[in-house]
Design a protein around this ligand. Structure first.
Ligand code: SAH
Length: 494
């Protein structure tokens, strides 16, 4: 079983840096079904090719035990129990789900888009050619085109004849697949990781619920909008309906988050339309409320003493740009469910222009706050700035469990509009919300009740303040809560 990855980017040998494999050596990895090798059949300045070969141990494959990890399980667990098919089958020769899991073992950091030596290149689209000479393709060669072409690949899928000497026998179920395009290497590898087992569609492997997370993660940035996402999801999850339904619901959430908002419909730009009524002297600068809010969040973060911080629901990255400027923050992670927002944040941060040591402090991850994400554990502090009001109220307990119960940062800083203040915005007096995507806005009492309940359930103390001019009747336009974890434990009674 074989995949090759080639580039004509100059110098092409940079491919070795991106894959973290020296082109002069043979790299071997133990995988559950045998041994994976990475070698470089060509490594010149103009063209470089890495090959991933998988040498399958038929006995390892035949062992009938469900394991975690990858849809890449052998066809061992057939419903009939022992069959000859467990030992005599095409698994050793055809690229399939097994190759896909070998891919994630051999190229783990490249698939994440990480590169210590060539971070700019890892973030850049480069000319690539991928070849899978024997790919089992259930549904015919056309399907390969339907799956890869929408992702920006030029697809050549040539059916392999059953027997070249007997053309009358027709074609086998295998194709010789070549993909050419200019893409980021991480995206290319994630496309293969997901779509090889989808094309193979061997149904007899064991699929654990954590496969949904793997699919969502590998599909970040491309699967939610893919025209064949339904087929991809069903096949990847081995036609388990409940799992596919849950995954498709998460992809739908991502698509929704990617829908643009008309800026003209957003109310709330300044620190109070109320200032004039409040009798501020003429000439006093009215600061945009967003700037005041960031300043208040930065101040609270500073007081918490945090060095490793999460900006959850980071949007276009306004707060991240402030965090990056401050060296006390040694690790900064922005997450959002919306890939559009993450792309804006990436541009705004100008990651490609930062020196590698600076760039290494920052990560942008697609992640939905209503699902547990192990990557978010162990941080000093997390910010939820103007995020909670974007969730439907029945989804809030899921966010609370994922953030306060699972990620469990030492400090959580939450900001949200103060609904009472809305009467001070011309146009909102009739009970409207400040932003078309807001699902609710809380009064001061409602926010205090929510924060108090979360703190009590998960072991955090709560202190609440206001941001922006403090109106004697209705308070400040923004509310801010700092929740500080009390014990070190994994508490949480919800
Ligand atoms: N914190 C940023 C953006 C606030 S807008 C700022 O203050 O400037 C709210 C952000 O939350 C949006 O970018 C939206 O995509 C994100 N978001 C909404 N629901 C989410 C969810 N369930 N998981 C992760 N992010 C979510």
């Amino acid at each position: 079983m074989l995949i090759t990855v080639s580039t004509t980017h100059r110098p092409a040998t940079d491919l070795g840096y991106l894959l973290v494999k020296h082109p002069d050596r043979v790299h071997a990895f133990g995988v559950p079904t045998g041994t994976a090798y990475v070698v470089f059949p060509e490594a010149g300045a103009e063209r470089c090719t890495a090959a991933l070969l998988l040498d399958i141990d038929p006995l390892a494959l035949a062992v009938d035990r469900p394991r975690r990890g990858g849809p890449a399980r052998g066809s061992g667990s057939t419903p009939e129990g022992f069959t000859l098919g467990r030992y005599v089958n095409d698994r050793g020769y055809a690229a399939s789900s097994l190759l896909s899991s070998a891919l994630s073992t051999a190229f783990r950091s490249a698939m994440r888009g990480d590169s210590k030596d060539r971070p700019e290149l890892a973030a850049t689209a480069i000319p690539l050619e991928l070849r899978v000479p024997a790919l089992r393709c259930r549904g015919g060669a056309d399907l390969a085109g339907r799956l890869f072409a929408p992702l920006g690949w030029m697809v050549t899928a040539i059916p392999i004849p059953l027997d070249p000497t007997r053309p009358d026998w027709g074609d086998s179920r295998y194709v010789d697949l070549t993909l050419a395009g200019t893409l980021r290497l991480a995206d290319a590898l994630n496309h293969l990781y997901v779509l090889l087992p989808v094309l193979d569609d061997a149904k007899h492997y064991w699929v654990a619920p954590d496969e949904i997370d793997k699919l969502i993660r590998a599909g970040a940035g491309w699967l939610a909008a893919h025209p064949e996402r339904g087929l991809i999801t069903r096949r990847y999850l081995a036609h388990r309906r409940a799992l596919a339904g849950a995954a498709l619901a998460r992809l739908a959430e991502q698509r929704l988050a990617d829908e643009p908002t008309d800026p003209d419909t957003v109310v709330e730009s300044y620190d109070g339309g109320a200032d004039e009524e409040a009798g501020l002297p003429a000439g006093v600068d009215r600061q945009p409320l967003a700037a005041l809010r960031r300043a208040a969040v930065l101040d609270a973060l500073d007081r918490s003493g945090a060095a490793r911080v999460l900006d959850l629901g980071c949007g276009g990255g306004a707060l991240l740009t402030d965090l990056v400027r401050n060296r006390r923050y040694t690790e900064i992670v922005g997450t959002d469910v919306s890939t559009r927002s993450l792309a804006v944040a990436e541009r705004r941060l100008r990651l490609d222009r930062l020196p590698p040591r600076q760039r290494d402090r920052i990560r942008l991850w697609q992640s939905a706050l209503t699902y547990r994400d192990d990557r978010l554990r162990g941080f000093d502090a997390a910010v939820l700035m103007e995020v909670v009001e974007h969730l439907d109220p029945p989804r809030l307990p899921a966010l609370e469990a994922a953030v306060f119960g699972h990620a469990r940062p030492g400090t959580v800083i939450v900001t949200t509009p103060n609904a009472e203040y809305n009467v001070r915005y011309p146009g909102l007096a009739d009970g409207g919300l400040r932003h078309p995507d807001h699902r609710f806005e809380w009064t001061r009492a409602e926010f205090a009740r929510w924060a108090g309940a979360v703190g009590a359930s998960y072991g955090y103390t709560v202190s609440i303040s206001g941001v922006g001019a403090d109106d004697p009747q209705v308070g400040s336009p923004t509310q801010l809560a700092v929740l500080a974890r009390t014990g070190g434990g994994e508490g949480g009674s919800r």
